[in-house]
Design a protein around this ligand. Structure first.
Ligand SMILES: [Zn+2]
Length: 262
């Protein structure tokens, strides 16, 4: 295979389109506008604030989920603590009552006295156990409350960061949108001065190849940097000025300029 062979010879579009040379030159300005508009759109979608916001918003959601879990946990533990306190109180009351009975001298039978003393000892052990349980729950409440306050602090921090970055993002957006707006109106006034079939071809090529037109400068296509060979250059030089050409390599509309080197 000859590596220099090109499959298609598409120097002129089918059917041949004619356009005044100054209109063809205007296509280059249109292409410059479009390139800038694409750059602005790309910059808008890639500003660092967007990644920061996405990360901060995910973090906020994660923290808020944890806050809800901890709110529930703290509520449950506080209820558990109240129950433990009430239970200790109940046993303490029974022990006090037994103590009063013992001290009142109302119980004199030695067997009854022994039973009462045994019951009081059992109640004392129960109180110790219940107090240990109560301390354990108090500990859990404290741990959960401290985690909750940490989460609330982190939430506040991430929310103020989101607010701050949103302001920066919106300022950048409004700057970029302002530039895009100016370019878009410049572009539309350029396009409105051109014949419809030329604009239609430009748009078709642009949709297909990402860029609609390029200058032929110093014997090369400025779009794809292909150097046009001698035979093609001769063909281009022989083609009437008002005939629209296409780059055989990148398919852009190839616009002849004063510096084309023909
Ligand atoms: Zn090209």
């Amino acid at each position: 295979m000859d590596g220099h062979a090109r499959p298609s010879r598409s120097l002129t579009p089918e059917p041949t389109l004619k356009a005044a040379p100054h209109d063809q030159l205007t296509l280059l300005d249109l292409a410059t506008c479009d390139a800038h508009l694409s750059q602005l759109a790309h910059r808008r979608s890639a500003i660092p604030e967007l990644a920061i916001l996405a990360e901060a918003t995910a973090e906020e959601a994660r923290l808020d989920d944890r806050r809800i879990e901890l709110d529930t946990l703290v509520g449950d533990l506080r209820r558990e603590l109240r129950q433990a306190e009430a239970e200790v109180e109940l046993v303490r009351t029974r022990r006090t009552r037994d103590e009063q009975r013992l001290n009142s001298g109302a119980v004199s039978n030695p067997k009854d006295l022994t039973n009462l003393e045994h019951e009081m000892q059992a109640l004392e052990r129960r109180i110790t156990t219940l107090e240990d349980d109560e301390l354990e729950v108090m500990d859990k409440v404290e741990t959960a409350e401290s985690e909750l306050s940490g989460v609330l602090e982190a939430l506040e921090a991430v929310r103020s960061k989101i607010a701050e970055v949103t302001v920066t993002r919106d300022a950048t957006f409004s700057d970029l949108d302002g530039q895009s707006g100016e370019l878009a109106s410049e572009r539309s006034s350029l396009a409105s001065g051109l014949p419809d079939p030329l604009v239609a071809l430009y748009e078709k090529v642009r949709a297909q190849y990402g860029s609609g037109a390029a200058a032929l400068r110093a014997r090369a296509c400025e779009g794809c940097r292909l150097e046009i060979n001698g035979a093609d250059l001769r063909e281009i030089a022989a083609t009437p000025e008002d005939e629209v050409l296409r780059c055989p390599e990148c398919s852009r509309i190839l616009v002849r300029t004063a510096e084309s080197g023909l």
